[in-house]
Design a protein around this ligand. Structure first.
Ligand SMILES: *[C@@H]1O[C@H](CO)[C@@H](O)[C@H](O)[C@H]1NC(C)=O
Length: 492
């Protein structure tokens, strides 16, 4: 309601009450009311202006905050090497929430980026399963001389194994600073190789004796493992066993000697897909003095694929945007839809084949005059309507397969009944593969359509073994042969 309307109403009320109010009082009252509302109107206008200004300021502050955030985030990796634990948390929040930041998937990738903030070895944020998808970034040690990524844990120091009897009675879970096992699985999936070293000092306390496992470790999938070195999960062994240097040559590990003298077993576990170790278990510990030391989980290099075959491969080489991608099928290029939202648990949907050919191959040749033979001979042609790819040699009539794949051929002609039965055959690499004939009771059309899977370099010949192919000059060419490459084996 505007001030004037409001005042009109008031005046109306005033007029109604005119009998009780003296004129002068009423006039003064009106003037006061009008002044009051003019004042209020001005105040509202003023506040509207202030509000507009404030909105503008908020907007520019927002922009500034965003700008500062991206600056901070770009420096996150630089700073995070020399920060206390509070900063650690702050940087982690930054590394996991911002999309403007380059967070490498591995230290190898950081090194390859050539960015100055990744020059020195130290602690960095990386996101193996891809930024913005899967789990949040993890904080790891990067050796920038090699690009190796190492994830630390709470059992890197030498830890004493207490006395206890039953197999696996002592059990220590390993807590990684990376936190997420999924991120560590992702790290090993995209790295060329991973390893983790372990040292066991024993005073008695065997690992495995007479096929009884007193000690074992749990792998990344929580599966029990008894190989303490190498990459063969089917054999119980330690480094001394693989080098034939154990104190007892008939055993695979020094500790398996099960004697009350201090012995040491070393191991370097290199089977990426079971790493890292998640739990260490020991038993049959009769003496104090045994201990274990577990190295960091370390991965280096990166997997490469000449031709990715799946969404998972694409994810490993760094694709994280959902969409339709061509990949290598068994022989052809296929299209798959990839959903990378869950990190390495990539969802793949096969869409179909892509019709990819490295060269066009199709021809259509004709003969405008008669051709006869009493012995098997290749039919030559004299008109080349089309010969894309040049695989058909019309003079000799020989088609040489330029690309391995599936081909369609079709022959048609008319017999000359005056020369008896007409027989025509397809020969692949000089072997008769299909034939047909026309009798001699009139002019018959003879057809020979076929589809073959052919290997590069093979020859296809259309031969006539008996009779005459009819053609006259009045009605145009009557002998026809076509060939088309339907599908090429791209990955033959
Ligand atoms: C463990 O194996 C890895 C990969 O083969 C190798 O790079 C590393 O030097 C080895 N470590 C030890 C302590 O033998």
């Amino acid at each position: 309601m505007s001030a004037t309307m409001f005042i009109s109403c008031l005046l109306l009320i005033t007029i109604v009450g005119a009998e009780v109010l003296p004129d002068e009082f009423q006039r003064q009252f009106d003037v006061m009311i009008i002044a009051k509302f003019d004042q209020l109107e001005a105040k509202v206008r003023d506040q509207e202006i202030q509000l507009k200004t404030a909105r503008g300021e908020i907007l520019s502050l927002k922009t500034e905050v965003q700008r500062l955030e991206s600056v901070l985030v770009l420096n996150a990796n630089k700073k995070s090497r020399s920060v206390d634990s509070n900063q650690f948390v702050a940087n982690k929040a930054m590394a996991t929430t911002s999309s403007a930041l380059f967070v490498p998937r591995t230290c190898h990738e950081a090194l390859e980026s050539g960015l100055p903030e990744f020059k020195e070895s130290g602690m960095y944020w990386i996101d193996p399963d891809g930024l913005g998808i899967g789990d949040g970034a993890i904080y790891v040690y990067c050796d920038m001389s090699t690009g190796a990524t190492s994830v630390g844990h709470d059992s890197e120091a030498t830890i004493e194994i207490p006395k206890c009897r039953p197999a696996g009675c002592y059990s220590r879970p390993i807590v990684y600073s990376g936190g997420s096992l999924n991120q560590m699985k992702a790290l090993s999936e995209i790295s060329a190789n991973c390893h983790q070293t372990i040292q066991v000092n024993c005073l008695g306390g065997p690992l495995t004796v007479n096929s009884i496992d007193y000690a074992w470790w749990n792998d990344v999938n929580n599966k029990k493992q008894t190989f303490w070195s190498g990459s063969d999960e089917s054999i119980h062994t330690c480094q001394c066993g693989s080098e034939n240097k154990c104190v007892r040559p008939d055993l695979e590990c020094n500790c398996d000697a099960n004697v009350a003298v201090p012995l040491t077993d070393n191991g370097n576990i290199t089977l990426s897909r079971v790493l890292p170790l998640t739990k260490l278990n020991f038993g049959q510990i009769n003496h104090n003095g045994g201990s274990h030391t577990l190295g960091k989980f370390t991965c280096s290099g990166k997997l490469t694929y000449a031709y990715p075959t799946s969404c998972a491969d694409l994810w490993r080489i760094g694709y994280t945007l959902n969409g339709l991608y061509p990949v290598r099928g068994s022989t052809r290029v296929e299209f798959v839809h990839c959903d990378f939202s869950l990190g390495q648990n990539v969802k793949q949907e096969k869409i179909g084949y892509a019709d990819v050919k490295t060269q066009p191959v199709h021809f259509y040749v004709q003969r405008s005059d008669q051709y006869s033979s009493s012995s098997s001979s290749v039919i030559p042609f004299n008109i080349e309507v089309l010969n894309d790819g040049g695989a058909m040699d019309i003079r000799s009539g020989i088609f040489t397969v330029p690309k391995t794949g599936t081909y369609l051929f079709d022959f048609s002609g008319v017999n000359d009944p005056n020369d008896g039965v007409l027989s025509v055959e397809f020969n692949i690499d000089d072997k008769k593969m299909a034939s047909t004939f026309a009798g001699d009771l009139g002019h018959f059309t003879i057809n020979l359509p076929s589809v073959w899977h052919l290997t590069k370099g093979s020859t296809v010949k259309l031969t006539i073994s008996h009779g005459t192919l009819y053609s006259d000059n009045k009605n145009g060419p009557m002998v026809h042969l076509t060939g088309i490459l339907l599908e090429e084996d791209i990955f033959a």
